[in-house]
Design a protein around this ligand. Sequence first.
Ligand code: SF4
Ligand code: SF4
Length: 204
Amino acid sequence: MSDDTPDKTANDLSNLTVGGHRSDPEFFERVNSLSGQNVSLCYQCGECTAGCPTAFAMDFKPNQVSRLVQLGMAEEALSCNSIWICVGCETCATRCPKNVDLCAIMDALRQMASKRHVKSPETDVQSFHEVFLSSIRKSGRMHEAGLIAALKLKTGKLTKDIPLGLALLKKGRLNPLPDPVKDKAAVQAIFGEAQTPGEDNGRQ
Ligand code: SF4
Ligand code: SF4
């Protein structure tokens, strides 16, 4: 078997329980498929965690998130704060000696968590993620004023930062009207391509 060939037997977890939780082998396959990665290759060296600028704030460190996926621990992987604390800087992917793109795995987990309505410990970050994607999908570029309004409705924090918003409007830094791209169909096509049939896509 070549170094890059997935070791199927290593992930036959159908009867495994960890800490009283049953493993979900299908979850492992879905994360691999959605992220385009082979999480089996991770051998837990910890290089990703050593370089991650936000690992200090994560409940599961990046290498531990990888391990959760390997073990098929869907509940833990989708409900940890790590996937929302990750800022997508790609440092982990750059450092990984096995070329595992943990950043893509984090993105896949965010999509799956949103799709499955898993309650995030980082509620505001998750709300922003979903509202941001929705804004891009609708107009092809971010409409700040619309994004702020949608975020406030979603989080219920209606009055927070109103003076700041008014000051930005006054200085012309917030466009009250959307300025969509000309070819919105192309944007829709990109979102369509990013959705894999039968997989969690989480696109809002
Ligand atoms: S650097 Fe790569 S191989 Fe090492 S723990 Fe992180 S994901 Fe796994
Ligand atoms: S992409 Fe996310 S997990 Fe990877 S190093 Fe950056 S913040 Fe950490």
